[in-house]
Design a binder for this molecule. Structure first.
Ligand SMILES: [Zn+2]
Ligand SMILES: [Zn+2]
Length: 349
């Protein structure tokens, strides 16, 4: 594509409005760009937060989607990493400043000037970005990753957000053999955390509100499964974990969870409660504990995660849907009624 091209997409025309089929314009394929024929696009809970302006002012019309898997259909003259026919993915961002200390370390998600979000963002020309609920995407080759042949594109799509969001803290806090890891919540993020931590060799415990999904949790790789609604869980598991990864966006009794950590243990949030939370500093001081957060992952680590998943045969557990089912899927995600990720077959857009 050498000129702007109109492509089909599903968009929210206004905050809280249902998504509907429309057309959007993708930029011409520049010297370092690739054109991706999108095959599958995951539905992340953050798509819904943003389409409903739950996280503040947003840009409309909005084409959500930052779990994108597809095939390269065209490359710019200066592209060196990809060729037509390559299987590629795009996650939560499509550009960054490229020269700050974090971009230089491959931590583009923490770019000092701010990463350019895949949708609900603005590119360097000030134009709005549109996400993966669409048939095509033009992106700089430096912001795409390769999807290994061993990984089917539909189950790979959610790895671009849910996968890397959980992989990154598991690696940073050294999940592996001899380590006890707890995963709070068994949803889109949590089910990936369980699979990944298990594949890394850690002993994995799920902490979920109830035992409703216990069979799934054990099948996905958890060694143990406890209900947090049962107060005895917090006494039974006291002082046991090296790392707790919380994937829930509901407010949690942080002090109770910190009590489950060993000395030097870390409690890491990847889910984001909307309201501030309080913590008693004694919960950290007693045991030299860490309360932390982590956001997605940079391009190099996202590639590492995909390679790891291919090596271990890990994909997301998905429900494949047609584009005209997106609005129903949103309601089901809000009601925690999905096992464990909706993925849109973009051929139906
Ligand atoms: Zn996401
Ligand atoms: Zn930067």
């Amino acid at each position: 594509m050498t000129s702007l091209t109109a492509v089909p997409a599903y968009a929210a025309p206004a905050p809280k409005a249902p998504l509907e089929r429309t057309t959007i314009e993708r930029r011409p394929v520049g010297e370092h760009d690739i054109l991706i024929d999108i095959k599958f696009s995951g539905i992340c809970h953050s798509d819904i937060h943003q389409a409903r302006e739950g996280w503040g002012d947003a840009i409309f019309p909005m084409v959500p989607g930052h779990e994108i898997a597809g095939v390269v259909a065209e490359v710019g003259a200066g592209v060196t990493r990809y060729a037509v026919g390559d299987r590629v993915g795009v996650g939560c961002f499509v550009d960054s400043c490229r020269h700050c200390e974090y971009c230089e370390q491959g931590l583009e998600q923490y770019c000092v000037e701010g990463m350019v979000a895949t949708y609900n963002g603005r590119d360097k020309n000030g134009d709005p970005t549109y996400g993966g609920y669409s048939t095509h995407l033009v992106v700089d080759e430096g912001y795409a990753v390769r999807i290994p042949d061993g990984l089917a594109l539909d189950v790979a799509a959610p790895l671009l957000c849910a996968g890397i969001t959980t992989y990154s803290p598991l690696r940073h806090w050294n999940a592996g053999p001899g380590k006890r890891v707890a995963v709070v919540g068994l949803g889109g993020l949590g089910h990936m955390a369980v699979k990944l931590a298990h594949a890394m060799g850690a002993e994995v415990t799920v902490l979920s509100q109830s035992l409703r999904k216990k069979d799934d949790g054990l099948r996905l790789g958890a060694d143990r499964y406890y209900a947090t609604a049962d107060e005895s869980t917090f006494t039974e598991l006291r002082g046991q974990f090296d790392l707790i990864v919380s994937t829930v966006s509901a407010p949690l009794p942080i002090d109770a969870y910190l009590g489950l950590l060993k000395v030097d243990g870390a409690f890491v949030n990847v889910g984001a409660p909307e309201e501030p939370n309080s913590v008693n500093m004694f919960s950290l001081i007693q045991g030299r504990k860490t309360l932390a957060g982590s956001a997605i992952g940079g391009i190099p680590q996202t590639q590492e995660m995909l390679d790891f998943c291919a090596e271990h045969g890990i994909g997301a557990e998905i429900e494949l849907i047609r584009a005209d089912e997106i609005n129903d899927a949103y309601e089901r995600v809000v009601g925690s009624d999905v096992r464990y990720r909706f993925v849109i077959d973009t051929a139906t857009i």
